[in-house]
Design a protein around this ligand. Sequence first.
Ligand SMILES: NC(=O)c1ccc[n+]([C@@H]2O[C@H](COP(=O)([O-])OP(=O)(O)OC[C@H]3O[C@@H](n4cnc5c(N)ncnc54)[C@H](O)[C@@H]3O)[C@@H](O)[C@H]2O)c1
Length: 429
Amino acid sequence: MSSQRETIGVIGTGYVGLVTAAGFAELGNEVWCIDIDAGKIARLQRGEIPIYEPGLEDLVAKHRDRLHFSTDIADALEHARLLFVAVGTPPTYSGDADLSAVHAVVGAMPASDGHALVMKSTVPVGTGESIKRIFREQGKDEFRYVSCPEFLKEGSAVKDFLEPDRVVVGDDGDWAGDAVVDLYAPLNAPLVRTDIASAEMIKLAANAFLATKISFINEIANVCEVTGANVIEVAKGIGLDDRIGPKFLQAGVGFGGSCFPKDVTALKQLAGNSGYHFQLLNAVIEVNELQKRRVMAKLEKHLGSLVGKNVALLGLAFKPNTDDMREATSLVLSARLQAAGANVRAYDPIAEGEARHLMPGLAFADDTISAVSGADATVLVTEWDEFRNMDLQAVAGAMTGNVLIDGRNALDPDAVRAAGLVYEGIGRS
Ligand SMILES: NC(=O)c1ccc[n+]([C@@H]2O[C@H](COP(=O)([O-])OP(=O)(O)OC[C@H]3O[C@@H](n4cnc5c(N)ncnc54)[C@H](O)[C@@H]3O)[C@@H](O)[C@H]2O)c1
């Protein structure tokens, strides 16, 4: 199979780049993976995977012969005509996307009529147009450009690559777009082939819609709490409506991660920069920020002042099955707790290494029971299976107090109460 599949380049070997590279290797492609982080490339060359992503290590190991790692972009240019760009586009202080890494890649491209950049990074609408303009200004008119936004979810990224809901290809109807379509053809996914600006907007709109759904159900949960309804029942009842669907209706302590917060803000900024006030997205962001802080009020309801109180956080990653701490709710929550005078001890099965860099002053425990030992209150922040299945009797026995805040509605309230703890979920009155 591999002899019929073309060699490709992937620039940026983070969550998206490495999964994309391993996924195409699984489809039979040789892949040249490029990163400016020499340490990361050295680890990858040794067969070490720098991130935690289920199934990725096995897939990379399975295709070691097809995966080549280098810091030199010339290696990708020599071997591949399609160069997938998967570099970071973090938010700037203004909330706009920082495209400096994208432009570094663009600037490194030579004049060529046989290469194309395939943009996987999430970029503002209009980025493709401006990159094509840069190419023209630099006399690189023949360098092709394709937008191919990525929709994978950390925690299930390998499966998402191999079984995508859809593949979106935005292009100018030339050989490069055709080649990207051919690359993805074995996945038999629905294809949306469109213009570049629409492809860019599909990505931003998808994330903004999902974030809106989360903020919506969180607001419903907050109203449930004051009206006596149960958001779990409400979500089930509305989710069975085909037009609504059951996904992304889990109330909790707010969304985080490397995509939703930044992409929603970037779309809001993009609209604002174009003279349109995107009112709904302002609310989505504000609701999410407030939601992260609502745990404080729940704790104070039971404990009064938090000064000197011991609070255990279970889970730090922005969601289960990843070590990604970017924009994690735990960052805001632990900072708020510490500012309120609480002593915070946290445990996460995977993300501790990342968290230690970001959360100085926080005490870390090696397991659930050590984390909750002596705690006045425990807050479940990330719904790792390990916490869903924890021994509640042992937790209750180790704690000094008896308050358990279930920030993800992951536990059975009756089981928590049966263990002698006071249960507080989100929107479950
Ligand atoms: N993480 C996700 O779940 C996800 C999902 C869909 C889309 N995206 C988008 O994909 C992009 C990448 O996200 P990520 O989470 O993989 O980021 P990441 O930070 O994990 O990885 C980015 C990689 O690019 C490398 N890099 C930076 N500048 C470079 C350059 N000039 N040349 C070569 N390599 C360079 C970095 O060293 C890093 O390894 C972002 O635009 C993001 O919004 C992310």
